[in-house]
Design a protein around this ligand. Structure first.
Ligand code: SF4
Length: 339
């Protein structure tokens, strides 16, 4: 399947008063039309920085971006602001965790949706109004004509999220980036929003990049998963492979800290001990080494050599032999059942 969005060796560095922060380091992945890729990791792992890079939303005065971000073959790294503006909203749209950051408080929801459509598509006022009602209907907002005249604060949290999804989809973008789109919502609304993503993808063939720390969301919507740790991809594969047989100790640890239906509700879930490294001063070896409980099976390489991720297939950036990687999850489950 050919890639619609292709990221190669992306690095993003920020200048701070305490030194340079390497937020993303040597990241590569492809996203094809009609597929959903979930990027998973703790906060500070570089997942949101990656999505903002696709939209060219970093402050160029304090950020250096290198590598390649190609949308349908067109290079976005180093593109002019004019070029990036034509991509944002029209070809790549973003849904944020908090809709109030994307919806202006002083304009009605309908005005904001219509304006976005007119700006990007050059549509008439009447066509934009019709499209607004169509999209509000599409995302399940009742009485869409009437509700288009409401201000964002007059919507419930779930309705605001739907309105933001409607805005993101007004121009039928090729790529939809959803950054923690359901974190602030209750479980029922969350399920409705995730169903909506699937429907839209089926209808429009949209490629979806979903950024989340919630493995339940990943299992629900993603085709493929990339796990990030300290700015690097540490594991990549299909959702079934990664969630059922994780090959990297960090992924295994993340899965081990998620409650399962068959878990003892009274038992403590094993947290991953320790903290991610200081991104201003990265050690030479595996960045997960200080938290990893398998280093004794590898030896000095964990501290000395940065492991790389293989291209293609299900792979983990880890020096452990493949035969041991394949048994990490059962080991994790054994550890849990014995606590
Ligand atoms: Fe653990 Fe070593 Fe693998 Fe890193 S390379 S995850 S430290 S076993």
């Amino acid at each position: 399947m050919s890639a619609l969005l292709s990221i190669t060796d992306l690095s993003v560095k920020f200048a701070t008063k305490d030194g340079e922060v390497t937020a993303v380091d040597g990241l590569s992945f492809d996203l094809a039309r009609g597929r959903t890729l979930a990027i998973v990791g703790e906060s500070g792992s570089g997942k949101s920085v990656t999505s903002l890079s696709v939209l060219g939303l970093h402050d160029p005065r304090r950020t250096s971006v290198s590598g390649s971000i190609r949308l349908d073959g067109e290079e976005l790294v180093g593109a002019t602001e004019k070029k990036l503006r034509s991509v944002r909203g029209r070809r790549v749209s973003m849904i944020f965790q908090d809709p109030l950051t994307a919806l202006a408080p002083h304009y009605t929801v309908g005005e904001q949706l219509s304006d976005a459509y007119r700006r990007h598509m050059g549509a008439s006022r009447a066509a934009a109004r019709d499209r607004t009602v169509e999209m509000l209907t599409r995302v399940g907002i009742p009485q869409p004509k009437l509700r288009a005249q409401s201000y964002p604060h007059q919507f419930s949290g779930g309705m605001r999220q739907r309105a933001m999804i409607a805005m993101a989809l007004m121009c039928e973008p090729d790529v939809l980036i959803a950054d923690e789109p359901t974190t602030a919502l209750d479980v029922t609304v969350q399920a409705q929003i995730l169903d909506l993503f699937k429907e839209i993808q089926q209808d429009l063939g949209t490629a979806i990049l979903i950024i989340t720390h919630d493995l339940g969301v990943v299992a629900e919507v993603a085709d493929d998963v990339m796990v990030m740790y300290a700015g690097r991809a540490v594991e990549r594969g299909t959702v079934t492979k990664v969630l059922q047989s994780p090959r990297h100790p960090y992924t295994s640890g993340l899965l081990g800290s998620v409650p399962r239906l068959d878990s003892d509700p009274e038992a403590d879930l094993p947290p991953i001990e320790g903290f991610p490294p200081d991104l201003r001063n990265l050690p030479p070896g595996c960045l997960f080494a200080p938290r990893c409980r398998y280093t004794h099976l590898v030896g000095p390489a964990c501290e000395e050599q940065r492991p790389a991720l293989d291209v293609g297939g299900h792979s983990a950036a880890c020096h452990l032999p493949g035969s041991i990687q394949l048994h990490l999850h059962s080991d994790q489950l054994t550890a849990r059942s014995s606590t």
